[in-house]
Design a protein around this ligand. Structure first.
Ligand SMILES: [Zn+2]
Length: 313
């Protein structure tokens, strides 16, 4: 039997169980579709995955660490609202601890990714950096002298709600207009593409069965010279670059590290680099780089490393 800590990585679209050994080797991994429509469904999905991992004969699970979307207080393990519709607070770590009689932890997914960056990534070179995650949504964390700034209500790092366009007609989920997330996240790009399709622009892009225009579709159309894909990617990459320059000016980090499946696309990442403001870049010693960690695993790795650190204290 190999001792392992089990991460349950709860995203908007998928929930993953991932068991790591003490040397960060992945010993078990399973993905299911996320169901965040109710507290009971989300908890059930987590416990199903934990139960399955516990059945694996070679594994001795010694602790559980959940990293989830939404506000999470890592000190208490409380999950504040699972979605924009369900806002009740869940003592998640305590509920899991009672059920499994193991040390259990809960933290925000982007907080966990920033923790992985601190312990396994850029943190090995710098203790002052910004981690920016560009995926279904846009969020991140500021790491200042080795400490992740989490804010009064554990909601720091909502960089996606930075207004970069005063003239935008698109209202954000936060109620304002012109937030960078409304056009530069994967969801935002899909919405912009759909709006252009509705306006009758000539394009090969199509809305799929799930009601989205996927990132994959957009990047493929871009390489074929599609004008709508060009507009979508140009606006999004300019938005991300503007956000990065704003963060550099506001925070003065030594480095900015970007992660998430949107910037994982090299063509998109290059566009962002092209739009970075040279004057702002002069102020960031270690530059703007893509994470060297596996974006699929980094939040789970961060959650497990957080648990290891707590257990040592
Ligand atoms: Zn917003």
């Amino acid at each position: 039997m190999t001792r392992a800590i089990l991460a349950i990585d709860v995203g908007e679209t998928r929930t993953m169980a991932c068991a790591f050994s003490a040397t960060d080797e992945v010993l078990f991994q399973k993905l299911v579709a996320s169901d965040l429509t109710s507290r009971a469904n989300a908890f059930q999905a987590m416990t199903d995955l934990i139960d399955e991992a516990q059945q694996v004969k070679e594994l001795d699970i010694t602790a559980i660490a959940v990293d989830a979307v939404g506000q999470v207080n890592p000190a208490s393990g409380t999950w504040f609202g699972m979605s924009s519709l369900i806002k009740d607070n869940i003592p998640l770590a305590a509920m899991l601890q009672e059920r499994y009689q193991l040390p259990c932890f809960a933290l925000n997914k982007v907080y966990a990714a920033a923790f992985a960056e601190l312990t396994h990534g850029i943190g090995q070179e710098s203790q002052n950096f910004v981690y920016l995650d560009v995926a279904t949504h846009i969020a991140g964390r500021v790491v200042n002298h080795g400490r992740i700034i989490n804010g009064t209500h554990q909601y720091a790092g909502e960089f996606g709600h930075t207004v970069v366009d005063f003239n935008s007609p698109i209202q954000c989920t936060c109620g304002r207009y012109g937030c960078v997330e409304t056009f530069a996240s994967a969801t935002g790009m899909s919405n912009v593409a759909k709006r252009l399709i509705d306006q009758g622009e000539r394009t090969v892009l199509q809305v799929d069965d799930t009601g989205c225009v996927t990132m994959k579709q957009i990047m493929s159309a871009l390489s074929d010279g599609d004008a709508v894909a060009e507009m979508v990617v140009e606006q999004a990459s300019r938005g991300i670059a503007t956000l990065i320059a704003n963060l550099i000016r506001a925070i003065n980090p030594a480095a900015v590290v970007v992660g998430g499946y949107v910037v994982e696309n090299s063509t998109f990442a290059l566009r962002v680099t092209d739009h970075l403001d040279p004057e702002a870049m002069r102020l960031v010693d270690d530059g703007v780089t893509r994470t060297k960690l596996d974006w699929r695993l980094m939040a789970a790795l961060g959650a497990v490393t957080y648990a290891q650190q707590q257990l040592r204290q």
